[in-house]
Design a binder for this molecule. Structure first.
Ligand code: AMP
Length: 425
């Protein structure tokens, strides 16, 4: 077939035969998404859904024109009305937009929101990096206190623990408030400008508008140029320092392991104070499962109230890949509790209604519609991993009887049709 999925995208399907692609099976997605939302609800977060595309201006203002996302990776197009639209590359800006647009601050001064959905970034596809990928994320709006930062990180760990993930490490840092950040950024710019030629091409471009981002670079040339550079920590004011120390004390009290990484600034412009990234040893070069931090000025930038916020986003692909690499116990794919095969017209009519009734008892019940030989129909039941098969013939029906096969034990017994209904309903 010459029409295939666009580069950097993939299908999530019920059965995947290639073991390295097992993470693309839809029942596993359903499983992790259930764990995400269950944990988020336990922590008092409510779901928010926003459009997959927004006005381009939202991301330019909300994410920042100097960021890689906005400068290089957005799927931007003009709609038929000539308006510039962008497929959302992340959701924080969209959540803030919705909050401001719906004046949610009038309903409550604190809002805790979670989302699950696809994001789009035009990046070079590789393992763990796609052009359409899925994120689960949260935004806690309205609290500026360190407890809120620690609660959000606690939720992140609670999810990972429920999913059975191991070898997790939280890299954490404080980028200070706006003033500390600006002072540090200026000092770094002054330190690096004379060494501009020694920087990678990407970092040379970042020097002017996104200087802090150079700290995140993986290029050895940049690492060398940064030797002896001023430290962000020295520029934090007392309030930022105290705030960060309190976040760490709270994490200690919850026994959440972390590593203070002074070079961590995160890629987006809107962060202040706490920033963090969660890594695992099992996802190779793309080892960040998720990240987040505080962005107190963002809502105001988008024309709303000056409400503080903190949140994170995790990539569902990388979570599932890590689970599989770590051999985490995965749930079995749900399959039919009962597979009904009717032999004859009368039996078929009866079985059709019986199938309908059985489903009311929340059982997974399937009916075989083929007119193949019994042997072949049993083969289909096996392929569909049915636990039990009920075979009803016209003659048996007259006597209210049927044959019930246990497909796991490979046994079979005669049952009365009224009792089979009772045992399920
Ligand atoms: P970010 O929004 O860039 O902070 O990313 C948060 C998380 O989303 C990352 O740690 C990844 O798990 C996931 N993520 C970001 N970009 C991609 C991508 N292109 N493909 C797959 N996952 C991604």
């Amino acid at each position: 077939m010459d029409i295939t999925t666009p580069k950097g995208t993939y299908d999530i399907i019920p059965d995947e035969v290639d073991p390295s692609l097992m993470w693309r099976q839809s029942y596993l997605w359903h499983y992790v998404e259930t764990i995400f939302s269950k944990n988020a609800k336990n922590f008092g977060f409510d779901e928010i859904r926003t459009p997959l595309f927004e006005r381009t201006e939202l991301f330019k203002r909300g994410v920042g024109e100097g960021s890689d996302i906005v400068s290089k990776e957005m799927y931007t197009f003009d709609d038929k009305g000539g308006r510039s639209m962008t497929l959302r590359p992340e959701m924080t800006a969209s959540v803030m937009r919705a909050f401001v647009e719906k004046s949610l601050h009038n309903i409550s001064s604190v809002h805790k929101l979670f989302y699950i959905g696809p994001m789009f970034r035009y990046d070079r596809p590789q393992a763990g990096r796609y052009r359409q990928f899925f994120q689960f994320g949260v935004e806690a709006i309205g609290n500026a206190c360190p407890e809120q930062d620690a609660e959000v990180i606690d939720l992140l760990f609670s999810i990972c623990k429920d999913l059975g993930l191991n070898n997790l490490m939280l890299n954490i840092n404080s980028v200070g408030d706006k003033e500390s950040r600006a002072n540090f950024s200026q000092a770094l710019k002054e330190f690096l400008t004379p060494k501009k030629d020694k920087l990678s091409l990407d970092s040379q471009n970042r020097l002017l508008n996104n200087t802090l981002r150079i700290l995140d670079s993986k290029d050895p040339k940049d690492h060398e140029a940064l030797i002896g550079a001023p430290s962000l920590n020295d520029f934090l004011n007392e309030e930022s320092k105290e705030n960060f120390a309190k976040v760490l004390r709270l994490l200690d009290s919850l026994e959440i392991p972390y590593h203070i990484n002074e070079k961590l600034v995160r890629g987006l412009d809107y962060y202040n104070k706490t920033v963090f990234e969660l890594t695992t040893s099992s996802t190779g070069s793309q080892n960040a499962i998720g990240g987040g931090g505080r962005y107190d000025g963002l809502m105001k930038t988008l024309g709303g109230q000056d409400l503080p916020s903190v949140g994170f986003a995790i990539g569902i692909e990388r979570i599932l890949q890590a689970m599989i690499q770590q051999n985490v116990d995965l749930p079995a794919k749900p399959s039919a509790d009962l597979y009904i095969i009717a032999l004859g017209d009368l039996a078929s009519n009866f079985a059709f209604k019986l199938t309908h009734d059985m489903r009311k008892a929340s059982k997974i019940v399937e009916m075989d519609f083929s007119s193949k030989k019994l042997k072949d129909r049993l083969k289909i039941a096996d392929q569909r991993r049915a636990k039990k098969v009920l075979i009803i013939g016209d003659d048996e029906l007259k006597n209210n009887k049927a044959e019930l096969k246990d497909m796991l034990l490979r046994t079979s017994q005669e049952v009365s049709l009224s009792s089979i209904k009772d045992s399920f309903l």
